[in-house]
Design a protein around this ligand. Structure first.
Ligand code: FRU
Length: 423
């Protein structure tokens, strides 16, 4: 079993909630010999009105134990309606987590966000340390999702997704020399990337992979580009590569903004630094319109909704493209002769052919290869409309991770990935 202490396995390869709604992975960390995956969780209902940090622990990245929520709302006027997304940072043998506290008014509207932190010595029990700094001027209440790292100069940096008062998304940055007092340094991006910030930008992450600095983020409200098959989901996640200047606290962007995943639902990823040096990413699968989310069939059948992606090891090519591959620990694929198959069933498969093929996925979706393009066609479950996502590249060697109602398709070179639910 993927989650060893669950009585019913809802998925074989993907982490899921036993009830309620799961969204973003949070605070991914290796701490004192164990891997921790926290996640946005509403155990009370399949909606977004309330969030805790749900918690999985693993010794080997293969099987997981579901444990008590690590953080729950408790602080009046600070985090009373939600422990929103954030990240982990280990310092002096202690696990610090940074998160956004959400507050709602009597009518249920989000009215305030506060940047918070908490600390743990065992990775399980956390002591809240309160608010980090006051809300920055010039921004709406939509400032959230802290991520922290230590620079080569020893200073600490904290970035946040933010919305300017004029409804434009941005990433803002704070700096600290003592890990306690934070100075606002303004926009991480300055004037760059104006066209891909959306009206709000969520879950920024700045990481180093193969010696290159990758800035990933999830802008909201980009106009879909159906010609180039970009930004076709309601909200999307992408990355740029560049250089972070510690003295100015600015990120110099050196590439175009590329989407991380070509499928239907990938959103709000975070990464973990594994002790062997790997950067491992989990995403949320995930992001969909409120109508589609409310109609996800698992809500009616078993009162839960959404999954995380499988963990993906990251690399960057010499010409600055992100490479994603499921980590070795979870892989046990068999070779599949896909041309002779009608229906895909749960399993992990290697597909090695240069021919065209087409297979059904459940009753309302099809995966098919035509030339150098792979199509994922799906009848949307909320309105039965046919919709397609596609990826183009070297499709002669593929890896398919097929779960009960979610599939991830990887090209073996890891340059293209497509994730989507199917029902
Ligand atoms: C992204 C997000 C984050 C926020 C969290 C709330 O999906 O909206 O920006 O912190 O989810 O659950």
């Amino acid at each position: 079993m993927l989650v060893t202490n669950d009585t019913i396995a809802f998925e074989k390869y993907h982490l899921y909630p036993t009830k309620g709604l799961l969204n973003d992975p949070n605070g991914l960390v290796f701490f004192k010999g164990q891997y921790h995956v926290f996640y946005q969780w509403n155990p009370k209902a399949c909606d977004h009105k309330y969030k805790e940090w749900g918690h999985f622990i693993s010794d080997d990245l293969k099987t997981w134990r579901r444990v008590e929520s690590a953080l729950k709302p408790s602080l009046e006027n600070l985090d009373s309606a939600g422990i929103y997304s954030g990240a982990a940072f280990v310092k002096d043998d202690r696990l610090y987590v940074f998160y956004t506290g959400n507050v709602r008014d009597a009518a249920g509207h989000s009215v305030k966000s506060s940047q918070m932190w908490a600390v743990s010595d065992d990775g399980i029990h956390f002591e809240k340390l309160g608010e980090l700094f006051p809300h920055p001027a010039g921004f709406t209440k939509d400032v959230r999702d802290p991520m922290v790292w230590q620079g080569d100069n020893g200073h600490y940096f904290l970035i946040l997704g933010a919305q300017h008062d004029n409804q434009v998304g941005d990433i803002i940055i704070y700096e600290s020399v003592d890990f306690k007092n934070w100075t606002f340094k303004g926009s991480l991006l300055g004037d760059q990337l104006r066209d891909v910030r959306g009206y709000m930008l969520e879950c920024p992450g700045l990481i180093t992979v193969d010696g290159k600095q990758i800035l990933m983020f999830s802008p909201q409200g980009l106009a879909p580009d159906h010609v180039h098959h970009r930004y076709e989901n309601i909200h999307n996640t992408g990355y740029v590569i560049g250089t972070f200047d510690e003295t100015t606290a600015r990120f110099q962007v050196e590439t175009d903004f590329e989407e991380v995943d070509q499928g239907f639902e990938f959103y709000a990823p975070q990464t973990m630094n594994a002790p062997d040096g790997r950067r491992i990413m989990w995403g949320w699968a995930g992001m969909m319109t409120p109508e589609r989310e409310a109609a996800v069939p698992t809500i009616a059948t078993a009162d839960w909704v959404h999954v995380l992606t499988v963990p993906r090891a990251l690399h960057v090519t010499a010409d600055n493209h992100l490479v994603q591959q499921p980590i070795q620990e979870i892989l046990a694929p068999t070779v599949l002769d896909i041309q002779s198959l009608d229906h895909l069933t749960v399993g992990q498969y290697r597909v090695q052919t240069d021919a065209d093929w087409s297979v059904a996925l459940g009753d309302h979706a099809t995966l098919k290869r035509v030339g150098q393009t792979l199509y994922f066609e799906r009848q949307q479950w909320e309105d039965h409309r046919l919709d397609t996502r596609q990826m183009t590249g070297n499709l002669d060697e593929l890896l398919l991770i097929v779960d009960n109602d979610v599939i991830e398709v990887y090209t073996e070179d890891g340059l293209q990935v497509m994730t989507g639910r199917y029902f």
